[in-house]
Design a protein around this ligand. Structure first.
Ligand SMILES: [Fe+2]
Ligand SMILES: [Fe+2]
Length: 383
């Protein structure tokens, strides 16, 4: 399997008159097409009128809003795939299902301190992301809508440590600032970010939120001393659930604005796999050994010991605690949170940007991602 993008080129032809109720320019804007492509005779997107009829609806039943939701999801999945591939090359199981890289035994051994199956889980999570990106783009194409491609933005140098393929990357895993507050958010019985938007949930690993740290060995120099590579593996161990809990909220949030039942089905079928990833990784993060990296002072606390209270930090509390949902007058409920739909796509872009995942990316990259997010956030159920 390759990165999957190359086999999903748009197959849009047959220029015909513009639709009556959905202006061509409006549609192109919603579909993420830049002004440069609006030149007269730009035939690549000429099937717009064939795709969208008088109701703003695709002849196959997908609206511009649904396409925008799926396009943002596809972009998020391509980005997820890119970061997971980097982990699989160094700490997973490179094989025919997830090719690339040759593994780094020292990093893999440090990851396995968290769980003996870490390499298998990394491999399987990586394969899942490939299938998400490929399915979403193929579905868009099957409905005559534009898929998403980010290959032009694969410009970032990745790790040069033993095991890395040395490919150019979309995402940067070497300067991460991790918000680990999901750890206490899912353990809180009183607070839900949708009902308490100003509330700050405590960080599990405050240091990860206060600096920039690599989650992969950047070069072979990072493989020693042992506490340094273990701190890098621990950082990865907290990055995994931090990423996956984002998808965990993204899908149910977007699903609320899907129009077609089939698009709704896609969103509520992919979303829970992100949840399965999150809970697995949440369990493994709790096994990260307490230590201080002697090279930079990064400290991983013992989450089962004072001053951490057992309710919020006890590592075996991996099921979501019930919390207020929709209204404080209703009984508490064990749920995914947050799931507020307004602004979710831009919120995810900000979350990933604040994480440092895109450090080194171009202005064109951010402009494209913001455009996709803006269009997804403008999608309305039934419109
Ligand atoms: Fe995914
Ligand atoms: Fe994921």
């Amino acid at each position: 399997m390759n990165n999957g993008e190359s086999q999903l080129q748009p197959q849009v032809t047959n220029l015909s008159p513009a639709p009556r109720t959905l202006p061509r320019r409006s549609f192109l804007r919603r579909m993420g097409v830049g002004a440069a492509l609006l030149a007269p005779g730009a035939g690549l997107f000429g099937s717009v009128s064939k795709v969208f009829g008088d109701e703003g609806q695709n002849v196959n039943g997908i609206t511009a809003g649904d396409a925008a939701l799926l396009r943002f999801a596809a972009a998020a999945e391509i980005l997820e795939t890119d970061l997971w591939v980097q982990y699989n090359e160094l700490g997973g199981i490179p094989d025919a299902e997830v090719p690339g890289g040759t593994g780094n035994p020292i990093y893999t051994k440090a990851l396995k301190v968290l769980d003996g199956d870490m390499d298998q889980y990394i491999h399987d999570n990586t394969e899942d992301e490939f299938t998400h990106q490929n399915f979403l783009n193929a579905y868009l194409v099957s409905k005559g809508a534009q898929p998403v491609h980010l290959n032009q933005f694969r410009t970032l140098p990745g790790s040069t440590a033993t095991g890395s393929s040395g490919k150019r990357r979309l995402t940067n895993l070497m300067q991460l600032t991790l918000d680990t507050s999901w750890w206490t958010r899912y353990r809180s019985r009183d607070k839900n970010p949708d009902l308490n938007p100003g509330f700050t949930f405590a960080q599990a690993v405050p240091d990860l939120h206060n600096g920039q740290f690599t989650a992969i060995p950047r070069t072979d120099a990072d493989l020693h001393p042992p506490k340094h590579i273990q701190a890098i593996a621990n950082t990865a161990g907290f990055h995994f659930p931090t990423i996956e809990q984002g998808g965990n909220s993204l899908y149910p949030s977007m699903a609320q604005r899907a129009t077609s039942v089939e698009v709704l089905r896609i969103l509520i079928s992919i979303g829970p796999t992100e949840t399965m990833h999150f809970q697995t990784w949440s369990d493994k993060a709790g096994n990260a050994p307490p230590l201080t990296d002697p090279t930079n002072g990064l400290t991983f606390p013992d989450l089962n010991s004072p001053p951490f209270d057992t309710q919020n930090f006890q590592t075996n509390l991996i099921m979501p605690e019930p919390c207020p949902f929709l209204s404080p007058t209703l009984p508490r409920c064990s749920i995914i949170r947050p799931t507020e739909t307004n602004g979710i796509a831009m919120g995810v872009v900000k979350f990933l940007t604040d994480m440092g995942l895109f450090i080194g990316q171009s202005q064109a990259f951010f402009a494209f991602l913001n455009q996709l997010a803006t269009e997804a956030d403008a999608a309305q159920r039934g419109a």
